[in-house]
Ligand binder design. Structure first.
Ligand SMILES: CC(C)(COP(=O)(O)OP(=O)(O)OC[C@H]1O[C@@H](n2cnc3c(N)ncnc32)[C@H](O)[C@@H]1OP(=O)(O)O)[C@@H](O)C(=O)NCCC(=O)NCCS
Length: 206
């Protein structure tokens, strides 16, 4: 996540999502819209606490130039406590009134480089591959756009996210002191080099 652009660019609409894009896992990734903002606010508060983006910031982000925001819906009842991951994964495509947004991510492409603006998975849906699916979708989109690299910032104490990014091939570029405010926490800047000569995304078990 990035903190120096937009609402404090956390980590990111250029075009719309191909309906049914699944990142290879069978779970559909869809474009986010204004109607998703109330649920996004809930997820932001759950996942980012004091650093949560407000409804106004989220609306501005969704409408900002070069942004591409996507998410995954999950079954409201089916992804609660006591589920096993395989069942939850099988149900993650279910739409309609019994589903709600459980994971989301955003990309910003400035014409050269792409930036991961945010990535979050509801606590109850974590460790089921959704973060990986969304990151894979962002990487694929950045490649489609012709970005030379995909950049992001991540809290230095966010071990789950750092592990996710490393697994996808990102490397630490540097450290930004006291980058996250009001939390007053440093950020690692990470980069995945794209382009014709770059290694391909390693996938979930690469
Ligand atoms: C980081 C986050 C998006 C990961 O989402 P997720 O759906 O749980 O991740 P996945 O199930 O796709 O995990 C993919 C890989 O990431 C790593 N990973 C994810 N969560 C992890 C954890 N708690 N501990 C260690 N590694 C973890 C693992 O390598 C994992 O692969 P594995 O399950 O085969 O071991 C999620 O924990 C989250 O939303 N955190 C709070 C918000 C946040 O910090 N966002 C990142 C902002 S920069």
């Amino acid at each position: 996540m990035t903190a120096d652009t937009g609402p404090g660019a956390r980590d990111d609409r250029t075009g719309s999502v191909v309906p049914g894009r699944s990142g290879g896992s069978g779970r559909s990734v869809r474009a986010l819209a204004d109607a998703d903002v109330p649920r996004l606010v809930e997820l932001e508060r759950e996942l980012f606490g004091a650093g949560a983006w407000s409804a106004a910031m989220l609306r501005d982000e969704l409408a900002a130039p070069g942004r591409w925001y996507v998410g995954v819906d999950g079954d409201v009842e089916g992804e609660g406590a006591g589920d096993d991951g395989a069942d939850a994964g099988a149900r993650a495509d279910v739409g309609g009134s019994g589903s709600e947004l459980v994971a989301y991510a955003g990309l910003w492409f400035d014409g050269d480089t792409a930036t991961v603006m945010t990535l979050g998975v509801a606590r109850r849906a974590q460790r089921r591959g959704l973060g990986g699916v969304l990151l894979e979708a962002l990487v694929a989109r950045a490649r489609e756009l012709g970005a030379d690299a995909l950049l992001l910032e991540v809290r230095v104490d966010n071990d789950p996210a750092i592990a996710l990014y490393r697994r996808a091939g990102f490397e630490v570029l540097g450290r930004r002191r006291r980058y996250y405010q009001p939390e007053d926490v440093d950020a690692f800047t990470m980069r995945l080099v794209l382009g014709p000569s770059a290694a391909t995304y390693p996938g979930h078990h690469g």
